[in-house]
Design a protein around this ligand. Structure first.
Ligand code: C5P
Length: 311
């Protein structure tokens, strides 16, 4: 079976405080976009992972070049590897444990989502493996139960197992569909976005560690975003964007703020950082405008792609 593992952006990301276990309490509107890895699962005796970097047309196109960065592919393509660190492999192991099954699976990942860019690529692959094996092995586990289990793999996994526009809370383990956003007219378009990556590698632990300004509770942030999304109003969504980690990430990597401003200067209605960065995204008026802006940024050697939000 083949599954599209969609990248996500965070339309809002609030850091509410630090928890006793060192993690941060978050509140975030997580929105899937059309950029996706392709995850193929085939029954097998062992758990095996095949990485396919799409011959350089996929994630390798990212221009990693700054401090502490490296080509995430190590220059490899179409390589078969077996690694217990990979989130998709960890997802398969988790499904073996909870099901009591000893079946294996060959997981082929066609990578298109930039690695380590705040778009949840690794987590999306893990979520696809969990949902896929639930079906392939006939486990019949409810989606919300699977989502909660996914927190053991990574904080973004529960939201991506659930799928659709999700309100994520706690460390990331408390997820539910964001009220109203799913009930919009199915014929209505998604929002048109431009993603841009300035080519710096942001480590999530590094950004959270440097974050030192928990802010007071601001319920209006999510309230305004929810209203804007329900109304299908891109300009209002653009005004309601918020990411509490952006100031910290920008202090460490000024290229992020430069890329965000570049999106606005090129015509986006508003722009923000996704997750802990370094990818930024802007809201465009329509698909044609998103395509034009992405081409303009690509011509300036900024990795950029036009996408649409998906349900
Ligand atoms: O859970 P995950 O492995 O995705 O988290 C990576 C790192 O990001 C954690 O080790 C932690 O330093 C930080 N983090 C955090 N609070 C969260 C999520 C992640 O401090 N809610």
């Amino acid at each position: 079976m083949t599954i599209a593992a969609h990248a996500k952006v965070n339309f809002t990301l609030e850091v509410l405080g630090v928890r006793p276990d060192g993690y941060h309490d978050l509140r975030s509107a997580v929105v899937p976009v059309s950029l996706a890895d392709e995850v193929t699962l085939e029954p097998a005796d062992e758990v095996t992972l095949v990485m396919d970097w799409c011959g350089g047309r996929g994630a390798t196109a990212l221009p990693w070049r700054s401090r502490g960065t490296r080509d995430p592919t190590g220059g490899t393509r179409d390589t078969t590897v077996e690694t217990e660190d990979n989130l998709a492999v960890r997802a398969a192991r988790l499904m073996q444990r909870v099901s009591g099954k000893n079946d294996g699976v060959t997981i082929t990942l066609e990578k298109r989502i930039p690695v380590g860019g705040g778009l949840g690529g690794g987590s999306a692959d893990a979520a696809a493996v969990m949902n896929g094996l639930n079906e392939m092995w006939g486990l019949g586990m409810p989606r919300k139960e699977l989502a909660t289990l996914g927190a053991g793999i990574g904080s973004d996994v529960p939201a991506l197992v659930l799928g659709g526009t999700v309100l994520m809370e706690g460390r990331g383990e408390r997820v539910d569909w964001l009220d109203g956003c799913e009930t919009r007219d199915a014929r209505q378009d998604g929002f048109h976005l431009v993603l841009a990556n300035p080519g710096v590698f942001c480590s999530t632990p590094e950004i959270f560690k440097a974050f030192d300004t928990p802010l007071p509770n601001r319920p209006e942030i999510l309230y305004n975003m929810r209203l804007a999304m329900q109304a299908g109003d891109g300009a209002a969504v653009a005004r309601a964007l918020q990411n509490d980690l952006e100031t910290t990430a920008t202090r460490l990597y000024p290229e992020i703020e430069a890329a965000r401003q570049r999106l606005e200067a090129a015509g986006c209605l508003g722009a923000s950082m996704s997750g802990s960065g370094a990818t930024v995204f802007g809201i465009a008026r329509d698909a044609a405008e998103a395509g034009r802006i992405a081409r303009e940024l690509e011509a300036e050697d900024l990795w950029s792609v036009a996408v649409e939000t998906v349900r």
